[in-house]
Ligand binder design. Structure first.
Ligand code: SF4
Length: 258
């Protein structure tokens, strides 16, 4: 199976595009590029939305009043609006609730003394001359250091492809926006509890430029939009039925990117 069609023009690449493309480019193509199926938010996107709200509100509270108790109530207050029915099953809902709560409590309490975040869920849009497109990314929490700054992102995804893609985009966007690389970047996976740390250098900047140039080229070609191997997001995908009829094909795009 391959999608046939004319080249796709890429003018702006966002972190949201990148995550969707890495997760299932087939769905991304029909839902976001062709807009042939209705946007339908799945459990993963809803969880990410709620996590963003929890992290943002936690750092808006004065450091002196940030405690395990206030954080637990904040999580409980935000999460109780999420319906069980967006998940695969009740068991899946409780599984996500337990992991997300447990890991967020630990991850956020580790930074409870952060005084004035450099930025909090701020979107940066830059034009990168070398890649020739606009790049747009939300930096969740930024912190000044003596020499530079630290960038942090809190993700529901724990796919290495997504973390790597975000790392490359964060390097290029921050370097283009501030003319200076962050001293450190941290990616927190709120479901697995893993933390990925990077200390970018100027050589990494060149690698990240090359990575994004390749992504741009791959995204232009419709035949590169291929369905992913089934995962827990498939059950709520609007293409689920059509997708069963599509021939199995290896995810060649992802292999090229790695
Ligand atoms: S059902 Fe799964 S594999 Fe198929 S398009 Fe949707 S997300 Fe992709």
């Amino acid at each position: 199976m391959s999608i046939k069609g004319s080249y796709i023009s890429i003018k702006t690449l966002t972190d949201d595009h990148l995550e969707k493309f890495m997760n299932c480019s087939f769905k991304f193509y029909y839902q976001d590029i062709l807009k042939a199926v209705k946007q339908q938010y799945d459990w993963f996107q809803i969880t990410q939305y709620v996590v963003n709200q929890i992290v943002k509100q936690f750092f808006e509270i004065h450091p002196k009043t940030r405690s395990l108790f206030t954080l637990f109530h904040l999580i409980d207050w935000k999460w109780r609006r999420v319906g069980v029915n967006v998940f695969e099953s009740k068991r899946h809902y409780y599984e996500v609730t337990a992991k997300m709560t447990d890991h967020l409590l630990k991850m956020l309490m580790d930074h409870k003394n952060l005084q004035h975040p450099l930025f909090l869920y701020e979107k940066f849009r830059v034009f990168n001359e070398e890649i020739g497109i606009h790049l747009s990314m939300v930096f969740d929490v930024g912190e000044w250091t003596n020499q530079s700054y630290i960038l942090r992102k809190f993700l529901v995804s724990d796919k290495m492809e997504v973390v790597e893609a975000f790392k490359h985009m964060a390097i290029v966007v921050s370097r283009t926006a501030f003319q200076k690389l962050p001293e450190k970047m941290e990616f927190y996976s709120v479901l697995s509890g893993k933390v990925y740390e990077y200390f970018p250098t100027e050589n990494d900047y060149k690698d990240s430029l090359n990575y994004l140039l390749l992504v741009k080229e791959v995204m232009k070609e419709p035949s590169n939009y291929i369905k992913n191997s089934p995962d827990r997001r498939c059950a709520s995908c609007p293409l689920y039925v059509d997708c069963q009829n599509v021939g199995k094909q290896e995810f060649t795009v992802r292999r090229k990117l790695n």
